[in-house]
Design a protein around this ligand. Structure first.
Ligand code: NAP
Length: 237
């Protein structure tokens, strides 16, 4: 069994063992340098994964019902969020965008088979409702789109598995709120000294932050893949 098959089997087993909680099973999947950077600086795009890890990312996309990123990633990378480097269904694209900063020219709006879903705290923007489905929610204490309600709505809309690709603010909030269930990390053999994958996780929460369980690791092309489940014993907050 090759690594792609191994990770696919592992993910499927994790999902089967996930107790139903009226929210999707969430996989954090992103690429970082050895020193934990995902970009030189916030807002800049940086390709970190080799070809094989890039393909794995697209394979993972086909294995989830939805794929979620923050608007910072849309502005920096302008991703298509499709699974074009693998054979399988495209997940439903989901964006967290409190202030509706997503540009109307974003690649996301040219998606071949899904209208993007945008979770916002804003009432709307002219022309956007024709190109995307908007979910307007009251802001959380940071002024952001509230994660727990977002996950509940995604579940109600039929999303039972969600891949979260970033960026840093989004990853940080998924960890802080105990909302992620698995991690699949690509570690590129480079030092960047740049923008870290996680920001301030809140020192007062230290004993409540998730712990990595049953961690696995294997090389894939020039990269190292590390994967495991997240134990949110501190509970979802
Ligand atoms: N290496 C990788 O795998 C990878 C993957 C993805 C991204 N990236 C990089 O990461 C960088 C972008 O990261 P980023 O931290 O600047 O932005 P981000 O995490 O993509 O998006 C953060 C923004 O999303 C909005 N948001 C709304 N609700 C949120 C919530 N509950 N939690 C968090 N954010 C919420 C906020 O903007 P508003 O207040 O305007 O709503 C927030 O500033 C780029 O440089 C990109 O290239 C790397």
């Amino acid at each position: 069994m090759n690594l792609n098959q191994q990770i696919e089997q592992w993910l499927s087993a994790c999902r089967e063992n996930f107790p139903i909680r009226q929210r999707p099973f969430v996989t954090l999947a992103y690429a970082q340098s050895w020193d934990g950077s995902i970009a030189h600086q916030a807002g800049e795009s940086l390709a970190l994964s080799g070809d094989e890890a890039h393909q794995l990312t697209h394979q993972l996309r086909t294995l989830h019902d939805g794929i979620l990123v923050g608007v910072g990633t849309i502005l920096a990378d302008n991703p298509r969020l499709t699974a074009r480097a693998w054979t399988g269904p495209n997940p439903q694209p989901v964006v967290l965008d409190s202030r509706l900063r997503v540009p109307m020219t974003a690649q996301l709006f040219k998606h071949p088979d899904h209208e993007p879903w945008i979770f916002t705290t804003h009432p709307g923007k002219p022309g956007l409702a024709e190109r995307a489905r908007l979910f307007s929610l009251p802001p959380d204490e940071q002024g952001y789109v509230p994660l727990v309600s977002t996950l509940e709505i995604l579940w109600e809309q039929g999303i039972s598995s969600l891949m979260v690709e970033g960026g840093s603010r989004v990853i940080t909030n998924f960890l802080k709120t105990g909302s992620a269930n698995a991690l699949i990390l690509t570690i590129a053999p480079r030092f960047i000294g740049g923008y870290n994958a996680t920001g301030d996780l809140g020192s007062h929460l230290l004993d409540k932050l998730p712990k990595l369980n049953a961690l696995h690791s294997a090389p894939l092309g020039e990269d190292q893949i590390v994967w495991g489940t997240l134990d949110n014993a501190g509970g979802q907050r």
